[in-house]
Write a protein that binds this ligand. Structure first.
Ligand SMILES: C[S@@+](CC[C@H](N)C(=O)[O-])C[C@H]1O[C@@H](n2cnc3c(N)ncnc32)[C@H](O)[C@@H]1O
Length: 287
């Protein structure tokens, strides 16, 4: 396991199960991640394609039972390192596999409940632009039985590790007034944020080397709503480091873990660039 410190963050290269095993109990206030969606993307091959070593990538064969076991083992370890009352927030969506749509987010809620995580919220990330053309079928066959809506949404599922007792379940309630003031939220776009459908533009492939990054704005909202400055946020499948970048910009400590060296390097480069920009703007503001 290679570990590097960048800004307020720590980046770990390797399996997140091993990475989390290096962390102590209750170290984390907030976890936000998007795990592999079953075998939808072969990340190893994607990196080889980026490096020009492969022309195209193929899905790996992994059964749904193996996939469930993979996630369960890792979200169980996550449960150990999150503080009682802390949150585990997961971006996930149904997947297409062997011609069928698999109800992954709905199964995932049950899996997390088996581990002791308490389901709190289901937020829909509305992407506004569809990458598929499923609904076109209806134009060719404008009859009942041909409705396949284009897919423009993913889920953001919020889970909590129960507090030590019901009275202390809301860990944020006990922050000092000064801390609350320093973390006050900007509610100018309250209407957009107050409902559980968040319309946020997805990234285009030119904006990030990763095949499926979530938008910085998604990570920003989650971090602002569920942590305070100085708290530690972790992304156990960090990819291009969108969670880490948002956490750095928002003054949180952060940890990112990924198995692909290319993505960890990319995350580190983006963090270094961000830190330089932040330092520059602080120096300009002082001078
Ligand atoms: C859905 S992507 C995350 C994308 C990320 N949210 C972003 O915005 O770039 C899932 C990531 O999990 C990584 N991954 C797969 N297996 C892993 C494991 N066992 N431990 C850590 N990372 C893993 C993949 O390399 C991939 O980058």
């Amino acid at each position: 396991m290679q570990i590097q410190q960048v800004g307020n963050g720590k980046l770990l290269l390797g399996d997140c199960l091993e990475g989390m095993q290096t962390l102590s109990n209750d170290e984390i206030i907030l976890a936000f991640t998007s795990p592999p969606y079953h075998n939808a993307i072969n990340y190893e091959d994607h990196v080889k394609k980026l490096n020009g070593e492969l022309g195209y990538w193929q899905r790996k064969e992994i059964s749904y039972a193996e996939y469930k076991a993979f996630l369960m083992e890792r979200f169980k370890e996550l449960y150990r390192i999150v503080q009682p009352g802390g949150h585990n927030i997961v971006n996930i969506a149904p997947v297409l596999w062997q011609g069928k749509r698999i109800a992954l987010p709905f199964h995932f809620v049950g899996w997390m409940e088996e581990l002791g995580w308490v389901f709190k919220e289901d937020i829909i990330w509305e992407k506004a632009v569809a990458r598929d053309r499923r609904s076109g079928v209806l134009f060719q066959h404008p009859y009942p039985g041909y409705y396949y809506p284009s897919l423009v949404s993913e889920y953001v599922l919020v889970f909590q590790k129960p507090g030590l007792n019901p009275r202390t379940n809301n860990i944020y309630h006990f922050r000092s007034q000064a801390e609350k003031v320093a973390n006050q939220l900007d509610l100018t776009d309250y209407q957009a944020k107050s409902k559980n459908i968040w319309r946020i533009r997805p990234l285009s492939p030119q904006e990030n080397i990763h095949p499926c990054p979530f938008p910085l704005e998604l990570a920003t909202r989650i971090i602002e709503f569920y942590s305070y400055k100085g708290d530690t946020v972790i992304d156990i499948f960090c990819g291009s480091g969108q969670t880490n970048l948002a956490a750095e910009m928002l003054g949180r400590k952060h940890i990112g873990i990924d198995t692909e060296e290319k993505y960890i390097k990319y995350t580190a480069e983006r963090l270094i660039k961000q830190i330089k920009e932040q330092d520059h703007s602080t120096i300009s503001a002082v001078s």
